[in-house]
Every structure is written in structure tokens, then in C-alpha cells.
Design a protein around this ligand. Structure first.
Ligand code: PEP
Ligand code: MG
Length: 574
């Protein structure tokens, strides 16, 4: 065995395969010297790439939809200005001449210099423009390397390949949905970042926070990704390999056994009925949800339809995607969450970096600031509601007026459809995500105004504990068992249940086997998770006696000693 890297497991299972290193162009460009006689050709290569990037920006500008956010055009102008500026387009030429370095290297050197200068600026808005410089450079780098995207198809068998990257954005990750890699490992990222959630939804072993994987693993090297322990074995010796092959076949056997539970109704041993729904990102995920026997879609993260594209999806395009899901679910509920863009999920070209994007214009805040875009999405959802049991879910609500404004826009969207005699479900239900502590604490405000609630525990934990879910430096503090988190969850479930308002959990806690009995014990009867986790959770529910679990769950809630909490949890799961 050569060496082992430790990280945080995102999804279980074991995969054995060969490393495929992928690059985000900016971080990992090639560095090499060029011969004297190639200098002019290298400069011409740089100029051609700059010209191509400029053409892309012009093309983007001419396709801005009428209802696109106003910031979009401003951002394009800014990027064009940066590209035209001699400090970006001319200075690298001098570097190529003087240092005889390749164009990519010259460009990145100049970017680092400019970014360092921006970092000195006191004005925070101007300081943050360094992100725009990086994005423009990335565009030119992509043009230099021939416009390959991260997920270019590979000739070899993808199932035997393990993607190794320094970092992957949610937008990168969604591209991998079109592929069938054996596993993923990254240097950075928290386990509930959207990148990690997407990796989990692929149902393959994945590990984040390995720190040095991208630097130390070589292309094509044999790897074992142990998603159970959160380790990567690099260059395993034959004994270790044989041991892992054995473990892998055992896990596969267990997975196949679980498939037998697909049509078994989820209920505890003492007959408490539980609903199990699936989280999806794209219409193409529906077959997985159905294969796992999901009773419905509990969370359709619609924002992924808006990523990796230069324009916004039109109302018709959205309608078709939503209708596809509604039809495929054939009468089962589809909870369609309205656009939750912001924080780590960005629209291509939405380059205006805010000082603190997780707390900025994200989700419902963004939608209310862009009413035309929001109205288009609401009309698309309403139109799709004629084809199935569609519900609307509003993300990140915290204020009563946000609900009121969203409901007023929904009314307007309905009127617009009425004028055109378009059919839709006139009594479509509207729910809210409880993922900001304020919303959990002021629950009656939401119970009065909404038909159902869904606890977004990923953000609820992030905002309760002030832990950035994407930052692996604080990942160890991201704790679903923190008394404050458990209090907010149990309080919300109890209050909503008493008021007769359905409440679900759709954050990653719903798919965590260690927490199933605890959540059942505090009264949860509706779980929504990635299809890959659903059958294992069902099996746990089928083996649970609620009468035994309830008092233990209450003891976990009362515990103020983290060690004791974990002991009680172990007892609960025994
Ligand atoms: C959550 O926050 O728990 C949630 C389900 O939404 P997302 O992970 O998309 O933020
Ligand atoms: Mg959330």
C-alpha cells in the first residue's frame, strides 16, 4: 500500500478504480517554458483566446432574456471591461516574452497580481471585484485549453474511474449526472454542501475534505474509495485490495436485499405509518425515485435547471421540465421548490459576489427582488399542476411579508393564466421551508399562512450554529445533535403537528440512518431524502418500536452533555 488519505464521507459504499484528475482551469493550469522561437505563436494563442472570450461575452449579451435579472447585463459589461483592460490583455504578453512561460501561466501570474492589488482596496464592494477578474481569467483559460468543460465525456469506461478534484461547484457536479463515474473525491468541501448533496444523489461513494488528494494522486493510479470510513487508499497492495473487494461484494449483496422492500409500506413495528419521499435535482432523477419506491417527490430543487447555461430557462422550458416530473410521478405528490439560488449555488454569469452570500440575496429573497423571473417560474409550476399533484415550496422564509408577497405574486400568476384560459390546479398548496432559526422559533407565523412545512436541516444547522456548510475548516462543528438544533427541530415538529399542519424533514438528516429513530421519536412521520438512501431508512423504520424509542429520544433532547447524547443515540440505534 502506498498511502491513505482521510476525509469526510459524503456517501457510503466502496469503489475501486483508477484516478481521473479533473481541473477547475483556474487552479491547476499547466506551467511550462516555451522555446524562444515559439514566443510569438504563444502570444497569438493568447490573443485568439482573449478574442474568443470577448466573442462569448458579446454573444451572451445579445441573448439576455427580457426577464433576466438586471444585474446580469451589468455583470457582462463589467467582464467585457476587464477583458479589454490592458492590465489583463497586454501584461501577460510581456510575461510570455520576458519569462518565456506558456500563455496559461502568464495569465494566472497576472491574475494573482491583480487580485493581490484588489485585496488592498478598502472599499469592500471594489475589493470583491477580484472574483470578477478570476472569472474573466477562467473564461480565457477555458478558451486556451479548447473550451473543455469539467465533464467532457471520456473514451474509457467511466464506471472504473474515480474523479479526483481540488474542488467542484454544484454547477460542475450537476454535469456529472450525465456520466457514470465510480466515485468522487475532493480536497475541500463540507458534507452538506450542495456539491456533496449532489454527489450523494449519484449514489456512488464520495469523500470530501481530503486536502491533498489532487496534489498527491496521479492520473490513472489505482484507488480504493471507502465511503464507509471516509478514506482513500492510494495504490493499495494485493492483500488490501482483496479485503476491499470482499467488503465491496458484501455491501452489494446488502443493497440488493434492500430492493425487496421497494413496495413494502413504511411503518414501525407498532404500526405508526411513515411517508418516505425523494429529493431530486433534475427530471432525469425521477426513475431513481420510483425505483426506490418513493411515495412522492418531497423536494425538487428547481435551481439546478438554471445552472450551467448562459441564459435563464424560459417559462415554457420550465413548464416542460415540471410537467415531465408531474406526469412521471403519476398522481403522487411533487413538491416543487421555487428557485433557491445564491450562496454556493450560483447562476452562470451572476458574477456579483456579495460580502456574505449565504446571508445575502438568496432563495425567496432573490426571487422577490426579481418578480418577473419569479412570476415566470410560478406560471410554469401552475401550468404543470394540471398534470399531477404539484405543490409549491418556498425556500428560506423568515418574514411574514415574504410569504404574503410570494402569495400575492402567485395570485397574479394565476390571473395571468386565467386571462389565457390556461388550466391549473386552483387550490394548489403552498408550503415553506423552515431552515432559518427565526422561522422555527416563530412557527405560528408560518402555520397561519401556509399549507405545509418542510424542515431544511442543512441550512437550519448552518444558520443556528453559524457554520458555513461548504467550509471544511469548520466541518467538525457542523453538528445535527447540537441541543439547539434538536430543540428547534422537535419544537417545529410538535408545534406543526399540534396545529394539524403537515411537516416533513427534507435536509440530509432525513437520510441519515443514525438519526432515523431519533426523528421518529420526536414525532416526525414524513421524511424526504435522496433515493439512494430511501430503502435503508425504510428498513430501519420497519425494525423500530416507537413505544421504546420515544422516551429515549426525549432523553437525547434533554441531554446537555455531548458524550452522553452520543451514548443515548447508540442505545437508540442498538
Ligand atoms: C436544507 O437546507 O436542508 C435543504 C433541504 O435545502 P438545500 O440543501 O437545497 O439548501
Ligand atoms: Mg436549504
Amino acid at each position: 500500500m502506498n498511502f491513505v488519505l482521510h476525509g469526510s464521507s459524503v456517501s457510503g459504499g466502496i469503489t475501486i478504480g483508477h484516478a481521473h484528475l479533473v481541473s477547475t482551469a483556474r487552479l491547476e493550469v499547466a506551467h511550462y517554458h516555451i522555446p524562444e522561437e515559439s514566443v510569438e505563436a504563444e502570444i497569438a494563442r493568447l490573443d485568439a483566446a482573449i478574442a474568443r472570450a470577448a466573442e462569448e461575452l458579446v454573444a451572451l449579451g445579445s441573448h439576455v432574456p427580457a426577464d433576466a435579472p438586471t444585474e446580469f447585463a451589468a455583470f457582462l459589461n463589467l467582464h467585457r471591461m476587464i477583458l479589454d483592460d490592458s492590465s489583463l490583455s497586454h501584461a501577460p504578453r510581456t510575461l510570455i516574452r520576458e519569462q518565456r512561460c506558456n500563455a496559461e501561466w502568464a495569465l494566472v501570474q497576472q491574475m494573482d497580481k491583480l487580485v493581490a492589488q484588489f485585496e488592498q482596496i478598502e472599499d469592500s464592494y471594489l475589493r470583491e471585484r477580484k472574483a470578477d477578474i478570476a472569472q474573466v481569467v477562467e473564461r480565457v483559460l477555458n478558451a486556451l485549453i479548447g473550451g473543455q468543460t469539467l465533464a467532457e465525456p471520456l473514451a474509457s469506461d467511466e464506471k472504473n474511474l474515480i474523479v479526483v478534484a481540488h474542488d467542484l461547484s454544484p454547477a460542475d457536479m450537476i454535469l456529472f449526472k450525465h456520466h457514470h463515474y465510480g466515485g468522487f473525491v475532493t480536497d475541500v468541501g463540507g458534507v452538506t454542501s450542495h456539491t456533496a448533496i449532489l454527489a450523494r444523489s449519484l449514489g456512488i461513494p464520495a469523500i470530501v475534505g481530503l486536502h491533498h488528494a489532487r496534489q498527491t494522486i496521479r492520473e490513472n493510479e489505482l484507488l480504493i474509495v471507502d465511503g464507509v470510513q471516509g478514506v482513500v487508499v492510494v495504490g493499495p497492495d494485493p492483500i488490501v485490495l482483496a479485503e476491499y473487494q470482499l467488503r465491496q461484494s458484501r455491501l452489494e449483496l446488502e443493497r440488493r436485499k434492500l430492493l425487496r422492500l421497494k413496495s413494502t409500506p413504511a411503518a414501525t413495528l407498532d404500526a405508526a405509518v411513515v411517508e418516505l419521499h425523494a429529493n431530486i435535482e433534475l427530471p432525469q432523477d425521477v426513475p431513481l425515485a420510483l425505483a426506490a419506491g418513493a411515495e412522492g417527490i418531497g423536494l425538487f430543487r428547481s435551481e439546478f435547471l438554471f445552472m450551467n447555461r448562459k441564459d435563464l430557462p424560459s417559462e415554457d422550458e420550465q413548464f416542460e421540465a415540471y410537467r415531465e416530473v408531474a406526469r412521471a410521478m403519476n398522481g403522487r405528490t411533487v413538491v416543487l421548490r421555487t428557485l433557491d439560488i445564491g450562496a454556493d449555488k450560483t447562476l452562470s454569469g451572476n458574477g456579483a459576489v456579495r460580502p456574505n452570500p449565504a446571508m445575502g440575496l438568496r432563495a425567496i429573497r432573490f426571487c422577490l427582488a426579481e418578480p418577473q423571473m419569479f412570476l415566470a417560474q410560478l406560471r410554469a409550476i401552475l401550468r404543470a399542476s394540471d398534470y399531477g399533484r404539484v405543490r409549491i415550496l418556498l425556500p428560506m422564509v423568515a418574514h411574514a411579508q415574504e410569504i404574503e408577497q410570494a402569495l400575492a405574486l402567485l395570485k397574479q400568476a394565476k390571473q395571468q393564466l386565467d386571462e389565457k384560459d390556461e388550466p391549473y390546479d386552483h387550490s394548489i398548496e403552498v408550503g415553506g421551508m423552515i431552515e432559518i432559526p427565526a422561522a422555527a422559533l416563530a412557527l405560528p407565523m408560518f402555520l397561519r399562512r401556509l399549507n405545509f412545512l418542510s424542515l431544511g436541516t442543512n441550512d437550519l444547522i448552518q444558520y443556528t450554529l453559524a457554520i458555513d456548510r461548504t467550509d471544511d475548516a469548520v466541518a467538525h462543528l457542523y453538528d445535527p445533535l447540537h441541543p439547539a438544533v434538536l430543540h428547534l427541530i422537535s419544537h417545529s415538529i410538535r408545534t406543526a403537528t399540534r396545529a394539524g399542519v403537515p411537516i416533513a424533514v427534507c435536509g440530509e438528516m432525513a437520510g441519515d440512518l443514525q438519526l432515523t429513530r431519533l426523528l421518529l421519536g420526536v414525532g416526525l412521520r414524513n421524511f424526504s431524502m435522496h433515493p439512494a438512501q430511501l430503502l435503508a431508512i425504510k428498513e430501519r423504520i420497519l425494525r423500530t418500536n416507537l413505544t421504546e424509542v420515544r422516551p429515549l429520544a426525549q432523553r437525547v433532547l434533554r441531554s446537555t452533555d455531548p458524550r452522553r447524547t452520543r451514548e443515548l443515540l447508540a442505545k437508540l440505534n442498538a
